[in-house]
Ligand binder design. Structure first.
Ligand code: NAD
Ligand code: WQD
Length: 345
């Protein structure tokens, strides 16, 4: 059976790592990316690492005509798209508060345009990059997939809204299948050191900020609060290796091809919580580099603790995170130390 996939946002951090896993599993991904938060060099490195040519189209998921042409060309060449793996989105929480319409237009509007083009091309399987941020403040931990959906920022609302769009789209029959993957905190990099996270500007997230301090691009880490109800007072999160996350997408594509359920959502996390200071220490161990820290006030909107119950993904997808915090730190450090300026090296 042909295994052609459309991977939107495939030049991004998680998408690029997932391309390697999909190619290794025998899939033929076609990438659509507008390079609003990535560069073409990423795809060249994916080709070098995989030994496979990666077909890609530079464009926007909101361009219906481009989508129609892409689906038609693949069908005409005898390699119709079997499933769409949808990474393309804006993802900065703070930016979404400042500019919500850009997030609703790109993330929600872009996804509905994509789904409409899929319907015209009779492409029926969809794997969606959702986020644990849909849960909001925890009623109880660990988060299960049944936890209430209560986002606390426009970015999180775009993910919750797209999940609802997918439930309704898949429910209309015609063998449609939608799988939402609720990522917790992906960190680290491909073990080769050739792919990794390359945030534009000042990193919003903890791990890339740590690696930039280690490589000398930032002077010190600002720790946002040490007065939370946690073991050491700093925020606790469920960090998972980006390569484990990539593997989860291969399982989700396979699941979409065999399930009778129109819609399903799965937590992708390790099921373990790690505090800011624990992650800093693990990174110092892995890198041999001391990370200077200054404790500041809490960051508005942050929650104290969040970690996943990943049992459903194991039961239904046969997936569980395999890599340790130490491996995440070692791989993240190899990437950053070999690429101090990201992909512009
Ligand atoms: P990223 O910004 O590195 O990758 C997103 C890619 O999509 C980029 O290459 C960007 O150029 C592209 N893109 C954005 N809008 C587009 C559009 N309209 N048309 C075409 N391409 C477009 O982000 P990432 O960290 O790889 O995240 C991938 C997905 O996972 C996103 O949907 C994000 O919301 C979700 N997610 C990320 C995290 C995380 O911590 N990184 C956590 C949970 C969920
Ligand atoms: C982790 C911990 C901070 C930076 C976000 C998004 C979420 C998802 C993943 C897209 C917290 C602390 C952070 C720093 C710090 N992205 N921290 N100093 O907030 O759990 O999740 O990224 O889907 O939607 O909300 O991740 O890495 O920003 O923060 O002390 O410079 O590190 O307070 O406790 P977060 P994060």
């Amino acid at each position: 059976m042909d295994k052609t996939l459309l991977v939107t946002g495939g030049a991004g951090y998680i998408g690029s790592h997932t391309l390697l896993a999909l190619i290794a599993a025998g899939y033929r991904p076609v990438v659509l990316d507008n390079f609003s938060n990535s560069v073409p060099e990423v795809l060249r490195r994916v080709e070098q690492l995989s030994g496979a040519q990666v077909e890609f189209v530079e464009g926007d998921i909101r361009d219906a005509g481009l989508l129609d042409r892409l689906f038609q060309q693949k069908a005409a060449s005898g390699n119709p798209v079997q499933c769409v793996v949808h990474f393309a989105a804006l993802k900065a929480v703070g930016e979404s508060v400042a500019n919500p319409l850009a997030y609703y237009d790109n993330n929600v509007g872009g996804t509905t345009t994509l789904l409409q083009a899929m319907d015209r091309a009779q492409v029926r399987h969809f794997v969606f990059s959702s986020s644990a941020t849909v849960y909001g403040e925890p009623v109880a931990l660990p988060y299960t997939e049944q936890h209430r959906i209560a986002p606390t920022n426009p970015y999180g609302w775009t993910k919750a809204m797209v999940e609802q769009v997918l439930r309704d789209w898949a429910a209309t029959g015609e063998q449609r299948r939608a799988v939402a993957l609720r990522y917790f905190n992906p960190i680290g990099a491909h073990a080769s050191g050739r792919l990794g996270e390359a945030p534009q500007g000042i990193p919003n997230n903890l791990f890339p900020f740590i690696t930039q301090v280690a490589v000398g691009k930032r002077e010190r880490l600002m720790v946002f609060g040490d007065d939370y109800e946690t073991a050491d007072g700093t925020g606790v999160r469920d960090y998972l290796h980006v390569e484990d996350l990539a593997d989860g997408h291969v399982r989700a594509v396979e699941y979409a091809g065999r399930t009778e359920a129109p819609f399903a959502a799965f937590n992708l996390g390790t099921g373990k919580g790690t505090s800011v200071l624990q992650l800093v220490r693990a990174f110092e161990q892995a890198s041999g580099v001391a990370i200077a820290c200054t404790v500041l006030a809490r960051r508005p909107g942050d929650i104290a603790s969040a970690w996943a119950d990943p049992a459903l993904a194991y039961r239904e997808l046969g997936w569980k995170a395999e890599r340790s915090i130490e491996q995440m730190c070692a791989d993240g450090w190899r990437w950053q130390s070999q690429n101090p300026d990201g992909y512009s090296n």
